[in-house]
Design a protein around this ligand. Structure first.
Ligand code: AFP
Length: 335
């Protein structure tokens, strides 16, 4: 009998985490096949209910959650925390790891054939379910995402740089294409949902005003904007060609801490970004130093090239009259 080919090489992956990563990869290959069939297969994008936080759940959200939980059940994972489930689930009582996951990020893009993904974060398991996840982000053992796009890719960090793999669809194997992904710092792209402009706080408005003003404004250079609506797609673009992403807090009810969840969205993305030489903050403070007190808690998230993320923090420190003024009056630019 011939041994089954591994779906990912063990070379760069810590031994203790390899079986779990391999299992995540196997499940994601099956998910990629389902996504690729789109309307030829089962209906994926229709609403089937709401998750604990009132977000609409699509059929693919629920299906992918079941597939990951099932695939990880025989692994070293004791605690499984999913965006799609209110409480932490115990998978393997003997497991030594705790895994948080957004099984299908960007579900509004399922039916429109735009990149979507899976985001995950791994900690060592504590005896109690919630305490395994309600901890400082820099205690993560691994953070990563799978992107289901024109290519299927895995981007992952174990705290020693950011690794990029691409799925070879013929071989059914994730192949390492970059063992030290580094965010370029020469991009002038920003990503934000600009339809929320009127709800933003002044520092965010001022930062975006100055980007939009281009060569006519204090930055004296032009910027470009992108907004996909899938965090993995934005993260992948920024890891590949630089730029900045902002999902700030805003004045809409329920958006006091932005939209994105700390445990299975912001913490792993921040880990990947920092390991690729970038920065990730809540506007002022590093996400990697944050902890939350509730499993599904949200946090504002700003990430990308380090200098751009630093600049957003500077806007938060500007005096009131300068942050209110449009074009060219900000002390930040007078040095
Ligand atoms: P869904 O998975 O519910 O589509 O949410 C995706 C997401 O959490 C993240 O991937 C996007 O960056 C963000 O929401 C987009 O939010 P807006 O629709 O408010 O722009």
């Amino acid at each position: 009998m011939t041994a089954k080919n591994p779906v990912i090489s063990s070379d760069k992956i810590p031994e203790a985490l390899y079986p779990v990563i391999e299992s995540l990869c196997s499940v994601s290959i099956d998910i990629a096949k389902i996504i690729a069939r789109g309307p030829l297969g089962q209906s994926l994008g229709h609403e089937v209910g709401e998750n604990s936080d009132g977000d609409g759940q699509k059929a693919l959200d629920v299906l992918t959650d079941e597939m990951f939980a099932e695939g990880l059940r025989t692994q070293d994972v004791r605690w499984y925390a999913s965006e799609e489930q209110e409480e932490v689930v115990e998978l393997n009582p003997k497991g030594s790891l705790a895994l948080a996951i957004d099984p299908l990020d960007g579900s509004s893009n399922i039916d429109v054939n735009v990149s979507i993904g899976t985001i995950f974060s791994i900690y060592d398991a504590k005896p109690e379910a919630n305490e395994s996840f309600l901890r400082i982000a820099n205690e993560q053992l691994a953070g990563g995402y799978v992107i289901y796009g024109p290519q299927v890719g895995l981007v992952v960090t174990f705290g020693a740089g950011t690794l990029q793999y691409v799925l070879d669809p013929d071989a059914g194997e994730f192949i390492l294409v970059n063992d030290a992904l580094t965010i370029p710092d020469n991009s002038n792209e920003f990503a934000i949902n600009a339809s929320n402009y009127r709800h933003w706080r002044k520092p965010v408005r001022a930062f975006i005003d100055d980007c939009v003003a281009g060569t006519d404004g204090p930055r004296e250079e032009n910027f470009n904007m992108r907004w996909v609506g899938s965090l993995v797609a934005e993260a992948h673009r920024i890891l590949t060609r630089g730029g900045i992403f902002l999902y700030p807090s805003d004045a809409r009810p329920g958006y006091e801490d932005g939209r994105l969840r700390m445990t299975y969205e912001c913490a792993p993305i921040a880990f990947l970004i920092e390991q690729a030489g970038g920065k990730a903050t809540d506007g002022s403070d590093p996400i990697m130093k944050h902890s939350v007190s509730k499993l599904h808690a949200r946090t504002p998230l700003i990430f990308g090239s380090a200098d751009k993320v630093d600049r957003v923090a500077t806007y938060h420190d500007l005096p009131e009259q300068e942050v209110s003024a449009l074009f060219g009056k900000r002390g930040l630019f007078r040095t």
